[in-house]
Design a protein around this ligand. Sequence first.
Ligand SMILES: *[C@@H]1O[C@H](CO)[C@@H](O)[C@H](O)[C@H]1NC(C)=O
Ligand SMILES: *[C@@H]1O[C@H](CO)[C@@H](O)[C@H](O)[C@H]1NC(C)=O
Ligand SMILES: *[C@@H]1O[C@H](CO)[C@@H](O)[C@H](O)[C@H]1NC(C)=O
Ligand SMILES: *[C@@H]1O[C@H](CO)[C@@H](O)[C@H](O)[C@H]1NC(C)=O
Ligand SMILES: *[C@@H]1O[C@H](CO)[C@@H](O)[C@H](O)[C@H]1NC(C)=O
Ligand SMILES: *[C@@H]1O[C@H](CO)[C@@H](O)[C@H](O)[C@H]1NC(C)=O
Ligand SMILES: *[C@@H]1O[C@H](CO)[C@@H](O)[C@H](O)[C@H]1NC(C)=O
Ligand SMILES: *[C@@H]1O[C@H](CO)[C@@H](O)[C@H](O)[C@H]1NC(C)=O
Ligand SMILES: *[C@@H]1O[C@H](CO)[C@@H](O)[C@H](O)[C@H]1NC(C)=O
Ligand SMILES: *[C@@H]1O[C@H](CO)[C@@H](O)[C@H](O)[C@H]1NC(C)=O
Ligand SMILES: *[C@@H]1O[C@H](CO)[C@@H](O)[C@H](O)[C@H]1NC(C)=O
Ligand SMILES: *[C@@H]1O[C@H](CO)[C@@H](O)[C@H](O)[C@H]1NC(C)=O
Length: 347
Amino acid sequence: MKWTLILIFGSCLAETTLCWTYHYSNETMNWTQAREWCQKYFTDMVVIQNQAENDYLVSILPQKRSSPYFWIGITRNHMNESWIWIGNNSTWIGNNSWAPNEPNNVHATEFCVEIYTNTGENRGKWNDEKCSKSKYAACFKTQCNESSCERGRCQEAINSTTCLCERGFKGDRCQTPVECLPLSEPYNGYHSCSRGNQTFNTTCRLKCHPGFFINGSSFVTCEDTGDWSGPRLTCAAVECPPLPQTYNGSHNCSRGNQTFKTTCHFKCDPGFFVIGSPAVTCGETRVWSGPRPTCTSYKQALLALAGCGALSTFCCICFCCIKHRQRKKLSQERLPEEGSPPCDTQP
Ligand SMILES: *[C@@H]1O[C@H](CO)[C@@H](O)[C@H](O)[C@H]1NC(C)=O
Ligand SMILES: *[C@@H]1O[C@H](CO)[C@@H](O)[C@H](O)[C@H]1NC(C)=O
Ligand SMILES: *[C@@H]1O[C@H](CO)[C@@H](O)[C@H](O)[C@H]1NC(C)=O
Ligand SMILES: *[C@@H]1O[C@H](CO)[C@@H](O)[C@H](O)[C@H]1NC(C)=O
Ligand SMILES: *[C@@H]1O[C@H](CO)[C@@H](O)[C@H](O)[C@H]1NC(C)=O
Ligand SMILES: *[C@@H]1O[C@H](CO)[C@@H](O)[C@H](O)[C@H]1NC(C)=O
Ligand SMILES: *[C@@H]1O[C@H](CO)[C@@H](O)[C@H](O)[C@H]1NC(C)=O
Ligand SMILES: *[C@@H]1O[C@H](CO)[C@@H](O)[C@H](O)[C@H]1NC(C)=O
Ligand SMILES: *[C@@H]1O[C@H](CO)[C@@H](O)[C@H](O)[C@H]1NC(C)=O
Ligand SMILES: *[C@@H]1O[C@H](CO)[C@@H](O)[C@H](O)[C@H]1NC(C)=O
Ligand SMILES: *[C@@H]1O[C@H](CO)[C@@H](O)[C@H](O)[C@H]1NC(C)=O
Ligand SMILES: *[C@@H]1O[C@H](CO)[C@@H](O)[C@H](O)[C@H]1NC(C)=O
């Protein structure tokens, strides 16, 4: 996809054909033209990053008797500025790169650099020159291109290319996303992932079954390390409010806790009996299925019954009396009658 040229010196693999190559012109031209020529037919003018590359380049270039001068890709804009390589703005200059007494900036305008390829002691040394002078062009051709590395940068040595992968990708062309271990299915829930596979950048969301809730994080992402971003996703059962102790009775639940689907059975102490439903179940909305029953003793029940009976007898009697008095009043108004009702307290 994207590629950045990184020039490094690497050891040659004799059998590999993936490598940059050096090329040169057989005609002279000024520095600007030379660079354009290199860019037209190859990748660019040569960039040297260390002494070994310098030596290798000199071994490739022809040993010309007359005019043994080749332009190389290092320049500066002003005499007080530093020398900069084209391509990546590197400023590498070796201790022995310059020929003796160079750079001398003789014309105050010597802002380009040539390399000597003669056979003398200055072979492989550099000299600053006016950019308008005519020299041969020394070029390189990269083997890296847009399709060399899918998700990485192409790094090139003299005789080899390698892909430096973006995080989350691997493979010789950085074509394979890092895979995470498959997520184990959560208890009482399920995952919903952003992709069919669980590779770098896949996000999986947790959904819980009814009666369960997300305990902790609700999603995880597959990271570039091949690990999921957080602890295992878990669904926990909802819990109903605790059941208080029953007076004169006890309850026994199907589990040690009072979570979803737990059923609690109520039992009353001897001499007491249950009033209400004897069992409640915890529902998915954290609510018990019904009210808690109560325990009542038989004695209380009898007393209550008796009390109720007495009360109702009393009420009945009063009702009768009132009714009777009303009737008596009515009849007295019309025709007087003999006898008195048993509950007539009037003298
Ligand atoms: C690059 O490879 C060529 C041929 O495959 C070989 O002649 C040359 O020596 C190698 N260069 C280096 C610097 O190893
Ligand atoms: C010089 O290079 C050109 C192409 O750049 C080529 O056509 C020509 O034959 C070369 N001349 C010599 C003498 O090698
Ligand atoms: C370069 O620097 C020297 C002193 O360090 C100064 O005298 C000179 O004017 C500078 N030249 C330019 C072109 O800036
Ligand atoms: C080199 O430096 C110039 C000017 O500072 C900048 O515009 C350019 O982007 C740099 N190139 C690289 C490859 O860093
Ligand atoms: C240019 O590339 C060389 C080799 O990869 C590297 O050592 C140097 O730091 C780079 N320079 C810049 C300015 O990026
Ligand atoms: C270059 O010269 C400096 C200073 O003289 C020295 O410290 C350094 O080790 C030299 N580097 C090499 C590669 O010889
Ligand atoms: C190089 O040559 C071209 C064409 O002759 C010219 O237009 C350009 O100004 C020259 N550049 C330099 C730096 O001399
Ligand atoms: C790109 O480079 C690769 C090797 O890195 C090579 O196999 C492929 O043919 C090149 N593709 C193009 C379009 O040049
Ligand atoms: C995983 O799925 C994504 C998107 O569907 C796809 O681009 C990628 O190639 C797949 N990876 C693997 C290893 O199957
Ligand atoms: C990973 O996902 C984030 C957010 O969705 C996105 O911005 C990024 O481009 C993705 N990275 C890759 C390599 O797919
Ligand atoms: C939620 O998870 C924490 C630790 O992961 C655990 O200690 C706690 O008991 C869990 N809560 C429930 C209700 O399961
Ligand atoms: C409740 O009890 C059940 C069964 O014993 C157990 O699986 C579950 O983890 C418990 N839940 C909590 C929150 O303690």
